[in-house]
Design a protein around this ligand. Structure first.
Ligand SMILES: *Cc1c(COP(=O)(O)O)cnc(C)c1O
Length: 470
């Protein structure tokens, strides 16, 4: 098979192509390293791509978190920072953008998403209460557990199957949720923790029908429904393209409707909002807001900056408006689908359907001869780096961590390596280079062996763990 561009996106889809809705004004040079340099770098990093230096990386697909390219307008906004300790004008711009596009009346800024997760978990979870959610996210679950909560996964079964072609694999299984409520009692459920485009399931969206039904179920038992809105704009795009009745609505309209079924949301602005830092927490209830506004001063900063500089709040307010434009989000998700389609055409095992922010290589099918506790996804990330200097991330047994009760590894069904596409940063040619490198590593797969963990931090171990080849 000779890996080169076969067809344009438009040809593949039987229509005319579209292009990114921006042109490039400033560039950042990147350079390719030699294989010998990469061998040294990955060994020094303990075979953990989180521990590589960014200057040793050619195409950086570690994460889409805080890696977006800002627009000229956002950079102009940075110059309008009102760095007052209290009541910065930029706070009011941000508040207004959140009210307009997400519909929540009350908001506190936080330094990033996990700051917001910390506050909401502390405010709402009593020790021993359950927090059901659609799969889990690393920092979200940890803050829920640190607050004394017990996380329970109530996502639909299809989400655990990397080949199930369900269009909304992020949906909550309402029967699983109701069973839990009946078994434990509604008073023992802190809140339902719903995430848009579920990261750990492969960037899989939640349907509008699901959130509507979820709202009814939560009302029936008087349980709060809270949203991880981090990638909700991408979720809205999938509703527009795949759910009946939404093709003629704008992404902004869909986003607002979806949020209207929830009681509040936390946000990592480093994702959808096209900025490099920041987050927020927003709710509808004034009493809860009062508590959050009090907590934010303790952990983040005054309620009108919450860990962010004025200039950062301004860039975020502008980023929110840009992020909900239909042509932006179509190009953003379209680039992910483009890379995914190349890999599908070459029969490389990836999670399907392709999600909104990343391609997830299925390490189980990639390396069937490597046992899960020999870290196949971690090794796959290392191999991609060795081949081409592309940086990806493990999302499997290392990320899943250990069970707090038994101390044993959690063995997740999904053993994945994530290639995450930053927003507005790379071109289609970069995607071609990435696809060709994945193909090369795939063709050499039978020669690859697993890893052993030689250093393991106690919390969120995937960030700092170190490995050696077996
Ligand atoms: C990144 C992320 C978070 C945490 O946000 P940070 O800004 O990294 O602290 C929470 N939930 C989801 C779904 C995320 O992707």
């Amino acid at each position: 098979m000779s890996p080169h561009r076969f067809k344009t996106m438009g040809e593949q889809a039987g229509r005319r192509s579209w292009a990114e809705p921006w042109k490039i004004k400033m560039v950042e040079p990147i350079h390719m390293t030699s294989r010998a340099e990469r061998e040294k770098a990955i060994a020094e990093a303990g075979y953990n791509t989180f521990l590589l230096r960014s200057e040793d990386v050619y195409i950086d697909l570690l994460t889409d978190s805080g890696t977006s390219a800002m627009s000229d307008r956002q950079w102009a906004g940075m110059m309008l920072g009102d760095e007052a300790y209290a009541g910065s004008v930029n706070f009011y711009h941000l508040e207004q953008a959140i009210q307009q596009y997400y519909g929540y009346p009350y908001m506190v800024p936080t330094h990033q998403g996990r700051g917001a997760e910390h506050l909401i978990s502390q405010a709402l979870i009593k020790k021993g209460q359950y927090v059901p959610g659609n799969m889990y996210f690393t920092t979200t679950r940890l803050h829920q557990e640190l607050a004394g909560g017990i996380f329970v996964d109530v996502i639909i079964e299809e989400a655990h199957d990397p080949e199930a072609l369900h269009p909304f694999k992020g949906n909550i299984d309402l029967n699983k949720l109701e069973d839990l409520i009946k078994k434990q009692g509604a008073e023992n459920i802190a809140y339902v923790s719903l995430a848009g485009t579920v990261n750990m399931a492969g960037g899989q969206p939640v349907s509008m029908a699901n959130v509507k039904e979820l709202r009814q179920l939560c009302d029936k038992y008087s349980i709060l429904l809270l949203l991880d809105a981090t990638r909700m704009v991408e979720n809205a795009y999938f509703i527009q393209t795949s759910e009946e009745g939404y093709a003629d609505k704008t992404v902004a309209e869909i986003l607002l409707e979806f949020c209207s079924y929830t009681d509040g949301a936390w946000m990592s602005g480093k994702k959808d909002h096209l900025v490099n830092i920041g987050g927020w927490l927003a709710v509808r209830d004034e009493g809860l807001f009062d508590e959050l506004r009090n907590l934010v001063v303790v952990y983040e900063g005054l309620h009108t900056y919450g860990g962010m500089a004025g200039r950062d709040m301004e860039a975020m307010a502008i980023g929110i408006r840009e992020s909900v434009q239909d042509d932006h989000i179509r190009a953003r998700v379209g680039q992910v689908l483009y890379l995914g389609q190349l890999l599908i055409d070459w029969d490389i095992p990836i999670v399907r359907p392709v999600g909104g922010h990343a391609i997830f290589l299925d390490a189980r099918r990639f390396y069937p001869h490597i046992q899960q506790d020999e870290f196949p996804s971690q090794m796959l990330a290392a191999q991609l780096y060795l081949d081409s200097g592309i940086r990806s991330m493990e999302r499997g047994i290392v990320s899943a961590g250990r069970d707090p009760k038994t101390g044993q590894h959690r063995y997740p069904k999904l053993e994945l390596t994530r290639l995450t596409i930053p927003r507005r940063v790379y071109t289609e040619a970069h995607m071609d280079v990435v696809a060709e490198s994945v193909l090369e590593v795939y063709q050499n797969r039978t020669k690859t062996k697993g890893l052993k963990m030689v250093y393991e931090p106690t919390r969120l171990r995937f960030f700092q763990a170190r490995f050696e080849p077996l």
